[in-house]
Design a binder for this molecule. Structure first.
Ligand SMILES: [Zn+2]
Length: 54
């Protein structure tokens, strides 16, 4: 089962890099494809706050 809906994953971007993100289902996170930014997903809702603002 996907972490987030496919249509949502398609439009989500890393707020720091503006790069697409990919799912890491094992870790329940979205990962930035440009840098080492990680966004937790809780019950299907990704926390897209920049890591430095959390
Ligand atoms: Zn990033």
């Amino acid at each position: 089962m996907a972490l987030v809906e496919p249509w949502l994953l398609e439009i989500l971007r890393c707020p720091v890099c503006r790069a697409p993100v990919t799912e890491d289902e094992a870790a329940s996170v979205l990962r930035c494809t440009a840098a080492d930014h990680v966004y937790p997903v809780v019950e299907g809702v990704p926390n897209m706050l920049p890591p430095e603002d959390r």
